[in-house]
Structures are given as structure tokens and as C-alpha cells.
Design a protein around this ligand. Structure first.
Ligand code: 13P
Length: 341
């Protein structure tokens, strides 16, 4: 492992005013997204849509530090035959790859899941590195509900995340470490805080036990928010304060940056929360975005599977990328959203 080189990549992923585009939806997930906009999920449509994003040159060169790809996309060529990986690199962004095989039922823990994909991982990392991947992603999923999360679920997922991270670094790839506490339930913000703290404590314990270099990871956590079905909404300020409090309690300063997932927040909520945290400031790590839905919902809607809508899709994507870039600097304002509408 060349730690200096891995640290350089991790720092580039969280460079000031830049964040990550999570475009690594599995075939099943992208089909769901395409169904919602009336587009058919064919190889060519998936290629055309992702090419639309990666050829949004201004957004990619100024605001998007890296793109998380799915296995299909890292092997795909643009319409003119250029590998999509090259399109991303030429725009000045880093290609990355999702390497987990998704959450599966966790034995003896009803309603809980364990992320699989460790078998053969070293060989897949070698191949992905050859295809141009500079970083990888593995997502662990922790749900909140009656009697869950359990210690078993948190510990097994933290262990798997650290095994993945160690393998990545050993093969010269920066791991994005993503423990996601879901916001699907009816729990309040304080329950999210407790589950997030518990999860992050165990994740960093496992990273330490498995000798992972914290200087060469990017953490991708959830924000501390109330569940979607909770009647009591938290304010932007409360979510920002509680998220920073848990991160300060759990994330060592050696970590270069934290790039949040959006997790089902609205586009504007995800931006407002990131902005509020960066306005508070005084933090040992960079705080930025690694959004999937909160960067892509608007361009998907604008594109709707039609070639003539590519410019509209690119405009919508560039707008969200700019808004989140401003939020990563603590310089976003709500009226900038209205101006674009
Ligand atoms: P969302 O921002 O839509 O949560 O996706 C980010 C991601 O990469 C989830 O693994």
C-alpha cells in the first residue's frame, strides 16, 4: 500500500467545494427509477442517461470530484465509443466502483440485513483497478424498528465494512466506508442519534482492529434526522447540530473527509443540512456530499428517457451539483433555488 498516494486520492475526493456523484444504482434500482419517469431500462438507455450526467462538463469539472459506478457502467462505452471511465477522467473527475453485492437477510436477526460481497473481493478489486477505479464503495444497512438494530447486526456489518476497507487499501484503492442508518421508520431524531453513534463507534473500532489507515478512507454516513414517518420533524439546525455532535464523538480527525448519503431526504433538505453544518464549521474533516437521489432526481425527471431532453437533464444536474458545491462551502442560500426554477 502506498499510503501517501491513497491519502492524495482521498483528499481529492473531498476537495473544497467538490463532492461525489453516486451513480452506482444496481440494475434493479435503476429500473425502479426509470419506471418512475416512464423510461425503459435497456443497456442503451442506462448508458445514454449516465453519459448525460458524465458529459455535463461544467458540473463534472468544477463540482464533482468522483463518480461511483456500477459494474455494468465501468465496462460501458459512450455512444461515440469512448469508455465512460475516460469521459469521467477527461472531465477532471475520479472514477470509483461499488463493490458490495447488496444486503441479504442476516441469520437469526429478523428484519435485519448483512451486506455480502467479500468472497472474491481481492480479485475484483484488481480487475476494477485495471479498469480505472481509484476508489470503491461498500454500503452497510442498519434499520431502526421494534427491537432493532441488534448488536449482532451492527457488529457483523462493521466487521464486514472493515474487511472490505482493508482489502481495498491493500490493493491500492481508497475505500468509501458507508454505514447507513436508514430514515425509513417512524423513529424520532434522538433514536437516529443513538443508532448512528452505536454504529459509528463499532465501525471505527473494527477499522482499528483490522489496521485500516484512517488517512486513506472517506466516511459516508447518514445524517442524524427523524424517520420519514415520524410526526415530529426536526429543524435544519437541529439535524445539523446533532449530526455534528455524533460525528465529533465518533470520527477521528485523521479521516480526511466525510461525504454524506442523501438517504431519501428531499433535494433541498439534503443541501440545506450540508450547508448548515459547514456554516457551523471549525471541523477537523471536510464535509461534503456523496448523493445519489438528491443529485439525480431532478435530471431524471427532466430527461424522462427522451434524447431531445438531454440539455434539460444536464441543466438540472448542473444546478443540483452547484447548489451542493455551495453547501459544501457553507455558502448556499434557499433563494438560489428559486432563481433557477
Ligand atoms: P442516496 O444519496 O440516494 O442515499 O444514495 C447514495 C448511495 O450511494 C447509497 O449507497
Amino acid at each position: 500500500m502506498n499510503l501517501a498516494e491513497l491519502n492524495r486520492v482521498a483528499e481529492a475526493m473531498v476537495a473544497p467545494g467538490r463532492g461525489i456523484l453516486a451513480a452506482d444504482e444496481s440494475s434493479a434500482t435503476i429500473k425502479k427509477r426509470f419506471d418512475a419517469i416512464g423510461a425503459e431500462s435497456t443497456d442503451n438507455n442506462r448508458r445514454d442517461y449516465r453519459e448525460l450526467l458524465f458529459r455535463s462538463t461544467e458540473a463534472m469539472s468544477k463540482y464533482i470530484s468522483g463518480v461511483i459506478l456500477y459494474d455494468e457502467t465501468i465496462r460501458q462505452n459512450a455512444k461515440d465509443g469512448t469508455p465512460l471511465v475516460k469521459v469521467i477522467e477527461r472531465a477532471g473527475s475520479l472514477p470509483g466502483i461499488k463493490v458490495d453485492k447488496g444486503p441479504k437477510p442476516l441469520p437469526f436477526c429478523p428484519n435485519e440485513v448483512i451486506t455480502e460481497g467479500l468472497d472474491g473481493l481481492r480479485e475484483r478489486l484488481v480487475e476494477y483497478r485495471g479498469l480505472g477505479a481509484k476508489f470503491a464503495k461498500w454500503r452497510a444497512v442498519i434499520d431502526i424498528g421494534a427491537g432493532i438494530p441488534t448488536q449482532t447486526c451492527i457488529n457483523t456489518n462493521a466487521h464486514a465494512l472493515a474487511r472490505y476497507a482493508a482489502l481495498c487499501q491493500d490493493e491500492g484503492i481508497v475505500p468509501i466506508v458507508e454505514p447507513e442508518v436508514l430514515m425509513d421508520g417512524d423513529h424520532d431524531i434522538d433514536r437516529c442519534y443513538i443508532a448512528t453513534e452505536w454504529t459509528l463507534k463499532r465501525v471505527f473500532e473494527q477499522l482499528y482492529d483490522q489496521r485500516v489507515a484512517l488517512e486513506a478512507i472517506v466516511l459516508k454516513p447518514n445524517m442524524v434526522v427523524a424517520g420519514k414517518k415520524c410526526g415530529k420533524r426536526a429543524t435544519v439546525e437541529e439535524a445539523a447540530e446533532k449530526t455534528l455532535k455524533v460525528l465529533k464523538a465518533c470520527v477521528p480527525a485523521a479521516v480526511p473527509g466525510i461525504a454524506f448519503l442523501s438517504g431519501g431526504q428531499s433535494d433541498e433538505e439534503a443541501t440545506a443540512h450540508l450547508d448548515a453544518m459547514n456554516r457551523i464549521g471549525g471541523l477537523p474533516w471536510k464535509l461534503t456530499f456523496s448523493y445519489g437521489r438528491a443529485l439525480q432526481a431532478a435530471p431524471q425527471q427532466a430527461w424522462s428517457g427522451k434524447a431531445e431532453n438531454v440539455p434539460a437533464g444536464q441543466k438540472a444536474f448542473s444546478h443540483r451539483a452547484l447548489m451542493n458545491s455551495l453547501a459544501a462551502r457553507g455558502q448556499w442560500k434557499a433563494d438560489l433555488e428559486k432563481k433557477a426554477a
